[in-house]
Write a protein that binds this ligand. Structure first.
Ligand SMILES: N[C@@H](CCC(=O)N[C@@H](CS)C(=O)NCC(=O)O)C(=O)O
Length: 213
């Protein structure tokens, strides 16, 4: 299996964590959507990351890739069996992908990507506005944590939300445990998982290589 992308992307990390949670191995092929090479272009028609290859099968969307992994390697499950719990797991994945990620994007762009990767000045006003905007989904998630995980069993929803929070951490962002005690404790639990830790090791290696360290 090959995963194309760069693990700073929460979508890419979602797939890497899912692979490791399932005890599988995949090669992470660093791929830049802005400078697509032929191998990456062959698996990602719109040059989005992540893209994925398993033999002849290719896919270029994190949700579709995790759906494939779940169907092909059902254990350990990342989608619960009951219709209600499965729907809620995908709901949390969608909250991560379509609410939390866009809310946090100006923070990542202006406090990490621009100053540290692109070598340009960040727009701190935009980052400050995003600091406010992200509170709404964080408050929602704080109230949503039920028991150990976001909804009963550990699922792709937990992976997707935690993945966005890790991407934000590159900017110095930390979950404020006084404002979000349940969510901060939940994030600690996610970070203790073997699959998460294995994915973070891969991320560190790829990142260090890309930065020439
Ligand atoms: N729905 C897609 C979103 C993927 C996505 O937007 N990835 C971003 C990186 S975080 C990307 O490839 N951006 C480059 C571009 O849009 O050209 C997924 O879940 O995989």
């Amino acid at each position: 299996m090959k995963i194309y992308g760069f693990p700073l992307s929460p979508f890419v990390r979602k797939v890497v964590v899912a692979v490791k949670e399932k005890g599988l191995d995949a090669e992470l092929v660093p791929s830049n959507p802005g400078q697509p090479d032929p191998e990456f272009s062959a698996v990602s028609p719109f040059h989005k990351i992540p893209a994925f290859r398993d033999g002849d099968f290719t896919m270029a969307d994190s949700t579709a890739i995790v759906t494939y992994l779940e169907a092909k390697y059902p254990q350990p499950a990342l989608l619960p069996a009951s219709p209600e719990a499965r729907s809620r797991a995908i709901w949390f994945e969608e909250v991560a992908d379509t609410v939390l990620t866009p809310a946090g994007a100006p923070i990542v762009l202006n406090r990490f990507l621009r100053p540290q990767i692109f070598g340009t000045e960040g727009d701190e006003a935009a980052a400050l506005a995003a600091d406010e905007a992200i509170k709404k989904p964080l408050v929602y998630l704080e109230d949503a944590v039920s028991g150990e995980w976001l909804d009963g069993a550990f699922s792709v929803g937990d992976i997707a939300v935690a993945s966005v929070i890790r991407t934000l951490s590159y900017t110095g962002f930390e979950l404020d445990a006084s404002a979000y005690p349940q969510l901060a404790a939940w994030f600690e639990r996610v970070q203790q998982r073997a699959g998460w830790k294995a994915a973070v090791e891969i991320e560190k290696e790829v990142f260090a290589a890309a930065m020439g360290r």
